[in-house]
Write a protein that binds this ligand. Structure first.
Ligand SMILES: Cc1cc2nc3c(=O)[nH]c(=O)nc-3n(C[C@H](O)[C@H](O)[C@H](O)COP(=O)(O)OP(=O)(O)OC[C@H]3O[C@@H](n4cnc5c(N)ncnc54)[C@H](O)[C@@H]3O)c2cc1C
Length: 279
């Protein structure tokens, strides 16, 4: 869905800002003006993306009367909207539902040193509904670790090592700060929808007139079914509240400085790891 909207936006002469992987090992928002540049935006990066480097570019674009589409987490959108209040009519925002973003250092600590030294140009986290960490070179996978084996991905889904502010996230509620919200439609009642698709169905919340315009732009490129808002809210915890600090979080936090990522993550998720071993 993010790709469809971004491509339509570029076709009509707009600028897109979104998150990409950057060598040597970082995740940042960048400015895109062509369809080719948008390819790097594709796919969720399950880690914090820095927006510090793009303020000047956004300001210049807005001053030049260019329309901007910013895709990021709600907290990033709050920052951008607050900073560029006077240009609100030119600034369109799409947030991805977010249950927390770990620091890049946590992700890095979870990757074997030998892998970090490889010659890669991209790091990916999912292919449709297949979650993993994959290091890529020219589109080819050179190292990959599936969710069943990967402690970072398991810990990410259990909100084990989010940034502290994420546990108090003020944007984790049904009222959204963006023009449009994108997520995975976890709560979708498949028995009640008439579609040939059975997985990888996006959730789209239209939050403003600008959001409606974004949906209008892509309506012929997508299969769209209207569903009750409640269905989305019930199925997706970050639409109701921030992820809580569980016993897993406390164990990980206490142990990490003493024993490092791997042992701290194992101690925080012994039941999940055993379950996967038996599977
Ligand atoms: C940290 C994180 C946690 C998430 N948690 C949930 C969840 O609990 N429930 C749920 O339904 N969905 C969650 N999502 C959203 C989900 O993974 C998809 O991104 C969303 O469904 C949109 O899918 P898509 O295929 O349209 O776009 P995708 O191809 O997945 O996303 C591309 C767009 O997302 C933006 N993006 C990707 N990673 C980041 C990042 N780290 N920071 C800021 N912007 C980013 C890029 O700018 C790009 O434009 C999460 C996403 C992230 C990044």
């Amino acid at each position: 869905m993010a790709a469809a909207i971004s491509e339509a936006w570029i076709r009509k002469g707009g600028i897109v800002y979104g998150a990409v992987f950057m060598r040597p090992f970082d995740f940042q928002h960048i400015r895109c003006t062509t369809k080719e540049e948008l390819v790097r935006l594709r796919g969720s990066k399950y880690v914090q993306s820095s927006i510090a480097g793009i303020y000047k570019q956004i300001e210049a674009d807005l001053k030049n009367g260019l329309e901007i589409l910013f895709i990021g987490t709600s907290c990033q959108i709050a920052t951008i909207r607050n900073r560029f209040k006077e240009y609100d009519s030119w600034l369109y925002t799409v947030d991805v539902i977010c249950h927390g973003t770990p620091k890049v250092e946590t992700l890095k600590a979870s990757i074997p040193k030998s892998v970090l030294q490889m010659d890669y140009d991209n790091v990916e986290f999912r292919e449709n509904c297949d979650y993993k960490i994959a290091f890529k070179k020219a589109g080819e996978t050179i190292w990959s670790s599936p969710l069943t084996h990967n402690l970072y991905m398991k810990g990410f889904f259990k909100a084990l090592f989010n940034r502290e502010c994420c546990y108090k996230c003020m944007f984790a509620k049904p009222e959204r700060i963006s023009d449009m919200t994108l997520g995975d439609f976890w709560g979708l009642d498949m028995a009640r929808v008439n579609t040939t698709m059975d997985k990888g169905i996006s959730l789209v919340l239209v939050n403003s007139n600008k959001g409606r315009k974004l949906l209008e732009m892509v309506k012929d490129d997508i299969e769209m079914i209207a569903r009750p808002l409640e269905e989305a809210i019930v199925g997706n915890a970050p639409l109701r509240h921030p992820m809580p600090r569980t016993w897993r979080y406390h164990i990980y936090k206490k142990l990490y400085p003493k024993v490092g990522f791997r042992l701290a993550a194992i101690a925080a998720m012994p039941d999940i790891i055993l379950k996967n071993l038996f599977k």
